[in-house]
Ligand binder design. Structure first.
Ligand code: DOR
Length: 437
């Protein structure tokens, strides 16, 4: 039996209230939460001055294993996660090979079991012809459909194929909503543009709006559980504001809240991603969608590519930015600046993702729940530094930004896995389970 006692913490309740106290963990569960706990433990942390949050759950990351381990692997990606207070992640199927059947899923699970320091779950990727796999593989957090092409080869863009997937099975469908035909037409129209800002013009707001409209139509036709990944436009927020069935959820990522086309000027293709960064008006619409529960949760779409790859001339640059280790400090910094509340951050990043994907016992600090925790420092600020990031890609689009809320300790399954800037070797995460998905 392993035991961990965290003393003198400012403990966050899920309603955002704070209570000073101790938390005692036995093996991978929280045993007791109280003002004072008098017990001996195998490990102890004095949390004086620190705030104890449930570990964040990042429900959209790309960790590149197998196939592109020069960008990231399940070990480095999960280390970056715990450095940022993320104790569980859901990983996307656009690896190489793509995760489109049980054998590929088993391979990922086997690899994760040997090296992931955070808890892990995986999506099954849709193709036009793997319908049976989509509904039978296990364990999978959901089906991922790339309606528009992005990194990797996964794509289902024909309405007849999408209709067949939406119309058969019950499992959650998560969509990357961009309209492939419009992307291709506009790529041809903008051929010759070599400035990365062209990316946001080619894959314009209408590309996203069209695909989200189709996904919603099919979800309504079959009352099929739909999760819209990385919402990026004011038009999509307006569409959901007008009509969002209660079986539909939506997500936003920090990049679409905090970056916009002005950032191409300094960062060029380093801020190129799909769907692209938009305009300041879209940032605002996404924030208001979050506050109004139109958008339910925050993910990062952590999409690492190397420095060298991102320095290629556009359009040869790959799309995506790393983000798993900065999302919680970024949002806590926004909270400190008055942009949102602690209750909202906990909903968007901790228990909201658990509810969305029906992951039991995670995302709140409650007796009997899993001991996945982040002890963060909300009193001091520290910049993001490329030299310090844990992602193998080695850079961050937020380099130089002063952030508060960096974890001092991260606990996964009752074990301290990250302590004051360093990984504690020997701790491994577990596979996530899902209630009926
Ligand atoms: O920019 C992106 N990069 N968007 C995606 O949908 C995929 C991701 C990646 O895997 O690189």
């Amino acid at each position: 039996m392993s035991t961990l006692l965290i003393r003198n913490a400012r403990i966050a309740n899920s309603d955002g209230s704070l209570a000073d106290g101790d938390v005692y963990c036995v093996d991978h569960r929280i045993e007791k939460v109280a003002a004072s706990i008098d017990k001996n433990a195998t490990s102890e942390i004095d949390a004086n001055g620190l705030t104890l949050l449930p570990g964040a759950i990042d429900p959209q990351v790309h960790f590149r294993e197998p196939g592109n381990e020069h960008k990231e692997d399940l070990g480095t990606g999960s280390r970056a996660a715990v450095r940022g207070g993320v104790t569980s992640f859901l990983e996307m199927p656009n690896t190489s090979p793509s995760t489109t059947n049980q054998a590929a899923l088993d391979e990922k699970l086997a690899r994760a079991a040997t090296k992931c320091v955070a808890n892990y779950g995986f999506f099954i990727g849709a193709t036009p012809n793997n319908l049976e796999d989509l509904n039978t593989v296990s364990p999978a957090c959901g089906i991922k459909i790339f309606m528009g092409s992005s990194t990797g080869s996964l794509l289902v863009n024909e309405e007849k194929d999408l209709d067949r997937i939406f119309g058969n099975g019950n499992r959650l469908i998560a969509v990357h909503a961009e309209n492939e035909a419009r992307i291709n037409a506009r790529k041809a129209e903008f051929a010759g543009r070599t400035d990365p800002a062209a990316h946001s013009e080619i894959r314009d707001n209408e590309c996203a709006r069209l695909a989200t409209e189709l996904a919603l139509k099919l979800s309504k036709k079959y009352q099929r559980r739909l999760h819209i990944l990385h919402l990026s436009t004011r038009e999509e927020v307006a569409m959901l504001r007008a009509d969002k069935p209660d079986w539909v959820t939506a997500e936003v990522i920090p990049n679409h809240l905090l970056l916009n086309i002005a950032d191409y000027e300094k960062q060029g293709a380093f801020v190129q991603m799909n769907p692209p960064i938009r305009q300041a008006e879209d940032n605002e619409a996404l924030w208001s969608g979050l506050h109004d529960n139109i958008i339910d949760i925050i993910a990062t779409d952590h999409a690492p590519h190397t420095f060298e790859e991102k320095k290629l001339p556009y359009p040869n640059t790959p799309s995506g930015m790393p983000g798993v280790e900065t999302s919680l400090p970024l949002l806590l910094t926004e909270m400190k600046a008055g942009r949102c509340t602690l209750a909202e951050v906990l909903k968007w990043m901790c228990y909201g993702p658990a509810q969305c994907y029906r992951i039991p016992n995670k995302g709140k600090i409650l007796e009997g729940w899993d001991a996945d925790l982040a002890l963060v420092d909300l009193e001091t600020s520290r910049p993001v530094l490329n030299e310090e990031v844990f992602t193998k890609s080695g850079w961050s689009a937020y380099a130089g930004r002063e952030l508060t809320g960096w974890p001092q300790y991260t606990v996964v399954g009752g074990q301290v896995v990250f302590s004051k800037g360093k990984i504690i070797e020997g701790v491994l995460g577990r596979p996530l389970s899902y209630n009926a998905n």
